[in-house]
Design a protein around this ligand. Structure first.
Ligand SMILES: [Zn+2]
Length: 69
C-alpha cells in the first residue's frame, strides 16, 4: 500500500499500487481531488483543471477548483 499526505488536510491518502504521474486520486478525508506530481516517492498536489496565474496564493481558490471536476 502506497500512501502520501494530502496537501489539503494532511491526511494519509492511500493507493493500492504506485500511481503514475498525472493520475488523480481523491482524499478520503476531505474529498479534495489531487493529482500525482511524482510517483516515487508519491507527491500529491491539488488537481487544477485550468490554473489561473496568481490564484495559487489564495487557498480558497484551490478549494473551489477542487469542486469543479
Ligand atoms: Zn485531504
Amino acid at each position: 500500500m502506497i500512501k502520501s499526505a494530502c496537501p489539503e488536510c494532511d491526511h494519509d491518502v492511500l493507493m493500492e499500487t504506485t500511481p503514475s504521474v498525472g493520475d488523480r486520486v481523491i482524499c478520503s478525508s476531505c474529498k479534495t481531488i489531487l493529482v500525482v506530481l511524482q510517483s516515487s516517492p508519491v507527491l500529491l498536489d491539488w488537481a487544477f483543471i485550468d490554473p489561473i496565474e496568481g490564484a495559487a496564493s489564495n487557498p480558497e481558490d484551490k478549494l473551489n477548483f477542487g469542486c469543479v471536476i
